[in-house]
Ligand binder design. Structure first.
Ligand SMILES: Cc1cc2nc3c(=O)[nH]c(=O)nc-3n(C[C@H](O)[C@H](O)[C@H](O)COP(=O)(O)OP(=O)(O)OC[C@H]3O[C@@H](n4cnc5c(N)ncnc54)[C@H](O)[C@@H]3O)c2cc1C
Length: 423
């Protein structure tokens, strides 16, 4: 057995068994494992012999003499640990200024699909003040029941107050799955609840499904800089928690005729906020573009980043009644503001028409636009990934293609009024 510089026994990789999956790389607390030529390699000087890599290796390719038991949760333990008592898919209904966030309904729609596969129901968890009408709305979007915590203490969001209330609700109602929109509020709140419940939370998922055998929630999200999509399971803790950004899932149809149960949740122990909100200053958003709400997006990539041509791209967006968005290199170059960025570290968009101009289609960009209804690529490389996924492609130099498009649009609609792209 190899030893480190302090003479401690350390793990060893069997290269014949190693699949190069990188599970050990992510688990190693001291960063001593790298993948070289598709095989894990342990740096002996750095290794502390903790054996964590052994426990996560799915192909038993890491040898370690010390006795380490992989924790396998058996069905009996599930029952003992109370996991079997958790049932149903819960969705947090986020409310701001008396209006529910669309992402909550998108999650209710997805929650219905998951609940169908799990043979269970969908519950809305609604916290706020005077939110009765929103409970009814939640049912019309697909909830079977809505637990309501209506109290003036919930008028304004404070993570400690909301966190404690929803933690208590989860403890009592015991949902097996809990979905929260990855808005700034949802990101904050979900981490508070997951910490208090000591459960796992997979943030910014781009896909959710149910494992047909194990009936566990499969939470998919980009990892390792977006180059790999990881599907994460939360086996040993409940609820299985996930946050999902707006527009990742489609908005379900609203059915005002749907019926369901509205359950006022008795909760007397509202915790002290520890902070006092003196004033709430509303941002003037009238002139801010929200690319997530545009039906048409003209998305400028690095291949079309010459600022002297921006006017032409804005004109195209305006003719189509849309707005200009961009890939990350344009934000990094200071050519367009961050609010216009589409992708993993930008916004998730789902317009009716996405036109990528000089956008190659890197995976980190694609995860932010894969919900678009129709995709058009204008690119001088016919092999670009964006061209491969597009419904329509024009192969050529955008400097020549875009003026032709503008000319064609103007000819088609002679009296067209260019409203001006949303600036
Ligand atoms: C952790 C991480 C997060 C990231 N997050 C994001 C994100 O949120 N959003 C994002 O966009 N990127 C993100 N990236 C960056 C991403 O990996 C790519 O580098 C980026 O998306 C590439 O942008 P692009 O397609 O505009 O440029 P390029 O990849 O350089 O592509 C330019 C394209 O333009 C074409 N072209 C060149 N000239 C012309 C012309 N005259 N006419 C027509 N076509 C032309 C080329 O053929 C090429 O296809 C992230 C990266 C990392 C590591």
């Amino acid at each position: 057995m190899p030893k480190n510089s302090e003479g401690k026994d350390i793990a060893e990789v069997n290269p014949k068994k190693c699949s190069g999956c990188q599970a050990c790389v992510g688990e190693c607390p001291v960063g001593c494992i790298d993948i070289e030529d598709g095989v894990a390699k342990i740096t002996a000087e750095k290794c502390i012999g903790c054996g964590k890599c052994v426990m996560v290796c799915p192909s038993d390719a890491i040898l370690f003499d010390k006795p380490i038991k992989k924790k396998v949760v058996k069905p009996a333990e599930f029952v003992e640990s109370g996991i079997a008592a958790y049932k149903g898919v819960a969705v947090f209904i986020e409310v701001k200024d008396g209006v529910a966030a669309d992402v909550s309904w998108e999650l209710v729609g997805k929650g219905r699909e998951l609940a169908h596969k799990l043979n269970t129901n969908v519950m809305g968890f609604l916290v706020g003040h005077n939110v009765k009408s929103i409970a009814a709305e939640a049912i019309s979007y697909g909830c079977d029941s809505v637990y309501v915590l209506d109290n003036s203490a919930f008028e304004t969001y404070v993570s400690r107050v909301y966190g404690a209330a929803l933690t208590e609700l989860c403890r009592q109602v015991k949902p097996e799955v809990f979905l929260i929109g990855a808005s700034s509020l949802g990101r904050d709140l979900s981490s508070v609840i997951a910490t208090q419940l000591q459960t796992g939370l997979t943030a910014d998922c781009t896909g959710l499904d149910v494992d047909p055998q194990e009936k566990l929630l499969m939470m998919t999200r980009p990892t390792f800089g977006g180059n790999i999509m990881a599907t994460i399971y939360c086996r040993n803790h409940r609820p299985q928690m996930s946050t999902v950004r707006p527009k990742v899932f489609k908005m379900p149809k609203r059915d005002p005729a749907r019926t369901g149960e509205i359950i006022p949740f008795k909760y007397d122990n509202v915790v002290e906020p520890l902070i006092e909100i003196l004033e709430t200053i509303k941002m003037d958003t009238a002139n801010l573009v929200d690319i997530t709400h545009s039906q048409v997006l003209v998305v400028v990539g690095k291949g079309a980043c010459d600022s002297k041509n921006f006017q032409m791209l804005e004109e195209l967006a305006a003719l189509l009644g849309g707005s200009v968005a961009c890939s990350r290199p344009l934000v990094e170059a200071g050519l367009l503001p961050y609010v216009r960025q589409v992708g993993q570290t930008g916004k998730t968009v789902a317009p009716k028409l996405y036109i990528g101009i000089g956008v190659s289609g890197a995976v980190q960009h694609m995860v932010g636009m894969q919900g678009s209804e129709k995709v058009m690529a204008i690119n001088n490389d016919k092999n670009a990934q964006m061209v491969q996924v597009a419904d329509y492609s024009i192969i050529g130099d955008y400097v020549k293609v875009v003026p032709e498009l503008i000319k064609g649009l103007k000819a088609r609609i002679p009296n067209i009024q260019t409203q001006g792209a949303q600036q």
